[in-house]
Write a protein that binds this ligand. Structure first.
Ligand SMILES: [Zn+2]
Ligand SMILES: [Zn+2]
Length: 377
């Protein structure tokens, strides 16, 4: 079938809205009419060649939400008309997947970055030429996506579907790092470096977890104001103050838990220095893969425990509905991070997020089928 998609034709290029042809669902796939999809920093890191992907052109996008419009012959969990949020792909068969850690799937790279299905077949074509897609198992910068049933998460029909895509990556990464990985006990302290969509999701989750001290560090005053509104008890402008010294001043011995969401080497080093003895640091930032960290051995002698956390250690099928419950309870107002753009304006969304004007851009797709029109105002 013909679909509209935002193609990336070259490294650093603008996205180009074009018509491409999408395959029919295989047995374990569903066809999703995409309602909206978040723009995540990983999309831009891939666009810029920071993270390797197959040859151009490519269709990116990995925070899709939409409506199931067709199902493959072996699909049992989903049916036509279901609302779904799309998350990262995992194989379901390796030791990590079987142990309940799909974000650390042994096949994470081929499942999400191969450009085609795990069996090597290509899902998208244009004038008979193959287009690389299957990005995070979805390539949702498009009006439609083909997705394995395994990573399409059924969501309630009464929550605005156009909000829900970012739960599949950026927002579950920040919130899951707190709630699934660090699991701070009530009353503990946490510092969060970077108050973008990931960091602010961590702030909201730290409040849900009952942290008594929640310190947000960023260089943009507007983001620090929002961090306070979402639950930060203290904010530090990293341009104006020495964040490590200020965190030690606030906490005395250093902070119990740290979330580093910037990927900037100097900030990563700061995040490792500001913890108390035996404190825990979760690294999430997507930076240059070969960047060296400005650390010395003595920085590690506090016994600090450091782990890079992928996708918030989430099992999307259970964690996304949990986040939606918190949203309904008014405890996780992630909609405050979102600004909407139409597909034709996707390059404006990129510019606004790169300039720091928008925290979480969400791209709305043009709607065609009558079946799904009623759910959008
Ligand atoms: Zn796996
Ligand atoms: Zn992402």
């Amino acid at each position: 079938m013909d679909i509209q998609a935002a193609l990336l034709r070259d490294v650093h290029a603008d996205f180009s809205i074009e018509t491409v042809q999408l395959d029919t669902p295989q047995a374990d796939e569903v066809l999703v009419e995409v309602v909206a999809t978040g723009l995540c920093h990983t999309d831009l890191a891939v666009r810029d060649g920071v993270f390797p992907i197959p040859a151009m052109p490519n269709i990116l996008g990995h925070e899709g939400a939409g409506v199931v419009v067709a199902t493959g012959s072996s699909v049992r969990k989903l049916k036509v008309g279901d609302h779904v949020a799309l998350s990262f792909a995992s194989c379901g068969a390796c030791p990590s997947c079987e142990a309940g850690s799909p974000a650390h799937c042994d096949n994470f790279l081929p499942a999400n970055f191969l450009g085609r299905r795990p069996d090597g077949s290509c899902t998208h074509h244009q004038h008979g030429q193959e287009i690389n897609a299957c990005f995070f198992g979805q390539s949702s910068f498009a009006s439609h996506a083909l997705v394995k049933e395994r990573h399409a998460v059924k969501v309630p029909g009464d929550v605005p579907l156009e909000l829900l895509g970012p739960l599949g990556c950026g927002i579950q990464t920040g919130a899951g790092t707190i709630l699934n990985h660090l699991k701070p006990s009530p009353g503990s302290s946490v510092a969060i470096f970077g108050a973008g969509a990931v960091g602010l999701s961590a702030v909201m989750a730290a409040k849900i977890a009952g942290c008594a001290t929640i310190i947000a560090v960023d260089v943009q005053p507007a983001r620090l104001v929002l961090a306070q509104e979402l639950g930060a008890t203290h904010v530090i402008n990293g341009r104006e103050a020495d964040a490590v010294a200020r965190i030690k001043e606030i906490t005395g011995a250093g902070v119990d838990f740290v979330v580093e969401a910037t990927g900037v080497p100097q900030v990563v080093a700061q995040s490792i220095r500001c913890g108390r003895r035996m404190g825990q640091v979760a690294l999430l930032g997507m930076g240059k893969m070969d960047a060296a960290l400005p650390l010395v051995l003595g920085d590690l002698m506090t016994g600090v425990v450091i782990r890079y956390v992928i996708e918030g250690d989430s099992v999307p099928e259970t964690f996304i509905p949990q986040l939606i419950d918190y949203y309904r309870q008014g405890r996780f107002p992630f909609d405050r991070l979102i600004e909407f753009y139409e597909l034709d304006n996707i390059n404006d969304a990129v510019r606004d997020t790169e300039a720091g004007r928008t925290i979480k851009p969400v791209i709305r797709m043009p709607r065609r089928s009558t079946q799904t029109r009623g759910d959008r105002q």
